[in-house]
Design a protein around this ligand. Structure first.
Ligand SMILES: Cc1ncc(COP(=O)(O)O)c(C=O)c1O
Length: 377
């Protein structure tokens, strides 16, 4: 049986990882500033994480949501504390798309409406409703197409006001990334999120903060949307939540009242997933990783802004986009194959840095040095 060939692969086999470093099967070391697509939040094979998962696996790995799983409440309590949303409620699932799917569904149950506002450049996942809210027609299959999604220009307050004044009472939800990831590291402005909040209040629409990529401390705040100083109704999260173990969730404001059967999943919130998620939060808290994301992120952004060959540097904390001119489209490949540094990318030519939140200053310097050499060769 062959693999279904949907991924363009680098000819590299990673066999080992520690912190922000990984090694291939030939023993070559790489600096990982990509984190397997923003997933590695506390570094590869963090000892506390390995210990917690190993201990849990020796006890029990899985049981379904038909029995009490105290680890879920432990996770909810810790998440409430670290994210600063102790009054919210947690629903656990398995991936970012599933988190957004559930958030959109919950919004629609809540206000009985169908229309959703999403934004140009957005990526919300590949399941049916999440992909309909994603601004990439290529990955929307005919069966996913719906007239219920309205795409607006990103950060355009006038367009947002106009649509609400025209059809505010039909709008179920507005879904927005705090920082667009796939869209090229584009930060939602604080005034835009404040406007969005007040319009949602006025029309009883639900503000969904997609924090799948920009959340979990990456921006220097737990949820990057919170820089705007207003609360979202639902925060969705995944990637960094399990440091590689598939676990996702939605943090739900108190005004949403659950009923049995409203949402559900077989795998979501299982023992191993919760152990991974608890371990991640413990490390984020104990090792002060949000502080580190702020410090190293600001350092990187400052140093990168000094490089004159770069068009623009965007982002917050350790979610950084480096916009390069067309003639420098080779940089990502050079960094990987000549300097052994993994980075991400956004089309057409943005280098995306999504490293572990405990990235060290020496690793930031190693990257800056390599980038300088690549830009000037
Ligand atoms: C902002 C955002 N939302 C949702 C998703 C989908 O997450 P998943 O691939 O876990 O379904 C992604 C994935 O890249 C994302 O970046």
């Amino acid at each position: 049986m062959k693999l279904f060939d949907v991924y363009p692969l680098n000819p590299i086999e990673i066999t080992k990882g520690q912190g922000s470093l990984v090694w291939d099967n030939k023993g070559q070391e790489y600096l990982d500033l990509y984190g397997g697509h923003a997933v590695i939040s506390i570094g590869h094979t963090h000892p506390h994480y390995v210990q917690r998962l190993t201990d849990q696996l020796h006890k029990i790995g899985f049981y379904s949501n038909s029995v009490e799983i105290p680890l879920q409440s432990q996770l909810a309590e810790l998440l409430g504390k670290v994210s600063g949303k102790a009054d919210n409620q947690l629903f656990l699932c398995n991936s970012g798309a599933e988190a957004n799917e559930n958030a959109l569904k919950l919004a629609s149950f809540y206000n009985g409406r169908k229309k959703v506002i999403a934004f140009k450049g957005a990526f919300h996942g590949r399941t049916s409703l999440a992909v309909s809210c994603t601004d990439n027609p290529k990955i929307v299959a005919p069966v996913n197409q719906t007239e219920n999604i309205i795409f607006l220009p990103h950060n355009d307050e006038t367009a947002l006001e106009r649509i609400f004044s025209e059809s505010g009472n039909e709008i179920s939800a507005v879904i927005i990334e705090g920082i667009q990831g796939v869209g090229g590291i584009r930060v939602a402005t604080e005034s835009f999120l404040q406007k969005l909040r007040s319009l949602c209040d006025q029309y009883n629409a639900v503000y969904i903060a997609d924090s799948v990529q920009c959340g979990y401390g990456r921006s220097g705040k737990f949820y990057s949307h919170d820089f705007a100083g207003v609360e979202a109704d639902i925060y969705t999260m995944a990637k960094g939540m399990g440091n590689g173990f598939p676990v996702a969730g939605i943090s739900i404001a108190p005004k949403f009242k659950p009923w049995h059967g409203m949402l559900g999943t077989t795998f979501g919130g299982n023992h191993l997933a919760c152990a991974a998620a608890v371990a991640v939060l413990e490390v984020i808290e104990n090792d002060k990783l949000m502080e580190n994301a702020r410090t190293i992120g600001s350092y990187l952004i400052e140093e990168l802004s000094k490089l004159d060959k770069i068009c623009e540097v965007r982002g917050r904390g350790l979610m950084i986009g480096i916009d390069l001119p067309e003639e420098l489209s080779h940089v990502k490949k050079d960094l990987l194959f000549k300097h052994h540094i993994f980075t991400g990318e956004s089309k057409p030519n943005v280098l995306r840095l999504l490293p572990a939140l405990n990235l060290k200053r020496e690793h930031a310097d190693r990257f800056l040095d390599a980038l300088n050499k690549t830009l000037n060769q």
